[in-house]
Design a protein around this ligand. Structure first.
Ligand code: ZN
Length: 263
């Protein structure tokens, strides 16, 4: 007999015991089905989260590597400019302005801003699906990273728009020549061979002001990234490592250059 007909037959017979038992059996069945559904949904969500975190980890490692490489280059360029600024402002020790120092002046307006992206975080954030990451600390760290990155990018854009194009503004002080490239694979076979007139630069207050302003803007950009973006991406990586149980032999943090400064 089907449970529904047995139930109605029990009701007709006023057999309340059997009727109540049938209700309990049905209720327990429904609850069990719901529990299985819930368990399955949770397992799927957990699986999806774990795949996303794995991807986030490898993209974070990649972003850190990009950031570190570019930041090392930015610090090298900045150190080069510190030295050139010292020479031009006539601060001892007196020295010749090297070709790489002169090239630093040609390119002083350019800041290579790391394309520090973690695509999976951008995707989740853009589609409002960040809640897939269940751990609130991890979710907040991912959000904080995006917000800081965008803010630093906005600052870098602002500073770089205010920078002076030195060879364009001062062609008498910096002339850009060409030389045959050392590398036979070079695309056009030539490289830049700028010539800087150090003696004239030392007498030109307007040039010196433009240079000092460029260097200050570069410092602000480089230190802004170092002071706010770097800790955010590092923190996100540490949380991901802890969550996924990943250990890196030889921390990448050790390679990170300290912010050197002179003058
Ligand atoms: Zn890791």
């Amino acid at each position: 007999m089907r449970i529904t007909s047995r139930f109605w037959s029990a009701v007709r017979k006023r057999d309340w015991g059997t009727a109540a038992l049938d209700v309990v059996v049905v209720a327990v069945g429904i609850l069990m089905a719901l529990a299985v559904d819930e368990w399955r949904a949770e397992r799927e969500a957990g699986q999806q989260e774990s795949e996303i975190l794995q991807r986030m980890h490898s993209e974070t490692v990649q972003a850190i590597s990009d950031y570190t490489t570019r930041q090392e280059r930015r610090f090298e360029n900045l150190d080069n400019l510190y030295n050139v600024r010292r020479l031009i402002l006539n601060v001892p020790p007196d020295d010749a302005l090297s070709e790489s120092g002169c090239l630093g002046l040609v390119y002083s307006r350019r800041i290579s801003f790391a394309d520090t992206r973690i695509p999976v975080v951008e995707e989740l954030s853009a589609t409002g699906a960040l809640s897939v990451i269940q751990d609130p600390e991890l979710r907040n760290a991912a959000l904080a990273f995006i917000n800081t990155r965008d803010r630093e990018l906005a600052w870098a854009t602002l500073w770089s728009n205010q920078m002076h194009d030195l060879p364009f503004l001062f062609p008498d002080l910096i002339s850009i020549g060409l030389k045959v490239a050392d590398d036979p694979e070079d695309r056009d076979g030539f490289g830049l061979a700028p010539v800087c007139d150090l003696a004239a630069m030392r007498k030109d207050g307007k040039f010196q002001n433009a240079l000092v302003s460029n260097v200050a803007n570069i410092i602000d950009t480089v230190e802004g990234m170092e002071g706010s973006l770097w800790p955010k991406i590092k923190h996100l990586h540490e949380l991901l490592d802890a969550r996924l149980g990943i250990a890196h032999p030889g921390s990448h943090a050790a390679k990170h250059p300290p912010g050197g400064s002179s003058l």
